[in-house]
Structure formats: C-alpha cells, structure tokens
Design a protein around this ligand. Structure first.
Ligand code: HEC
Length: 174
C-alpha cells in the first residue's frame, strides 16, 4: 500500500466527516429545535381524565371483549401464560410498573418502577402510551374512549390471582 493511497483514504474520511458536520450545522440553523410552548393541536379524548367516577359503571364483560380484540394480539392474559410481544397482563392491576421478571421491558417502563399500575395510571397509559412512558415499545396509539378504558381496567382486575401480586411482591422485597 503506497502512501498516496493512504493519503487519499485520509482525505476522503476528512471530507465526509467535514461535510456531515457542515450539513448538521447548516440544518440546525435552518430548522429550529425548540418545542412550541403549546401543542399545535389537541386530539379530543386524549386529555387526562380522572378514571374513578367511571369505574363505578365499568363492565368487566365488555372489557373482556375489548381486551381480546385490541390487546390479545400482543399480550397473553392468564397469569401463568407465556410472554408474548408484550408482558402477560394477568396480575398487572395493582402491580409495580415494569416488574414481571419474565419480561424484558424497555428503559421507558423500567424508569417508572417506583409506581404501581393503579387504575389512574392504567387509564393514563391506555389513553396515550407514548405520553405516559416516552420511548415505550408498546405501539398502541391510545384509546380515547374513557368508558372503554374503565371497562378494560375492570376486566384486568378479574385476571388477578388472589392474593394480589402487588402484596406478594411487597413481601418478597429485601
Ligand atoms: C402492538 C402490540 C401491543 C398491543 C396491541 C397492546 N400492547 Fe400493551 N404492551 C406491549 C409491549 C411491547 C409492552 C412493553 C412495553 C415496554 O417495555 O416499553 C406492553 C406493556 C403493557 C403494560 C405494562 C405491563 C407491565 O408489566 O408493566 C400494560 C399494562 C399493557 N401493555 C396493557 C395493554 C392493554 C390493556 C392493551 C389493549 C388495550 C395493550 N396493552 C395493547 C404491546 C402491546
């Protein structure tokens, strides 16, 4: 290998790194990276709503139909089932977020482990998963219908084994 060849390689690398840098500087100057103070649009139904008043009228049987139709392609439901694309949903209600040891969660859910899947957290999550946990791998757009979310949460409660896993997890903590 002669030195002119090496010089050419070095020049090529310098040139490509230099032009990439130049493009990013120019691009950054042209396109502002600051976020608008107010979102440009708000999608009806996707604002946060207190779920508790809706839980009184929730129907787990309706929730079962919805869960099978919407969630079943990615989630197994029974507590002892095998993991699917997403973690098993049996036992999820009341459990700490991202805490099934059999499932490899995204860092987005791992970061929320200090919280539990309360009804309110489940509702906020199902309204807009990517807003509740930015960077989550659950690619569901969100469920804008609050009554349907309550039905789904009521059904998730019926999947919990007794005693609730949140209690057994608390006990097994060091
Ligand atoms: C396209 C696939 C997909 C669909 C559809 C889907 N999920 Fe998920 N879900 C996932 C994935 C993947 C994760 C793990 C996300 C992560 O680690 O960021 C997840 C995580 C969750 C969690 C957190 C569980 C835990 O152990 O912390 C809950 C609760 C949940 N999903 C509920 C639902 C419900 C209820 C539905 C139906 C309304 C649903 N999901 C529909 C893929 C899906």
């Amino acid at each position: 290998m002669d030195s002119t060849f090496l010089n050419k390689v070095a020049a090529a690398i310098l040139l490509s790194v230099g032009s990439a840098w130049l493009a990013s500087v120019v691009g950054g100057g042209v396109v502002p990276t600051i976020m608008p103070a107010k979102p440009a649009m708000s999608v009806p139904g996707l604002e946060r709503v207190a779920i508790q008043p809706y839980m009184a009228h929730a129907d787990a049987a309706r929730g079962a139909v919805l869960v099978q139709a919407i969630c079943g392609s990615c989630h197994a439901l029974q507590p002892q089932a095998r993991q699917s694309v997403g973690p098993v949903l049996g036992g999820v209600a009341g459990r700490p977020i991202g805490s099934d040891p059999q499932y490899a969660y995204s860092p987005a859910l791992v970061a929320l482990r200090a919280q539990v899947w309360s009804d309110q957290n489940l509702s906020d999550w199902l309204t807009a998963p990517a807003r509740f946990a930015p960077g989550t791998r659950m690619s569901l757009m969100g469920l804008p219908n609050v009554a349907q979310r309550a039905d789904i949460i009521a059904y998730l409660h019926t999947l919990n084994p007794s005693p609730p896993p949140s209690q057994s997890l608390e006990k097994s903590k060091p």
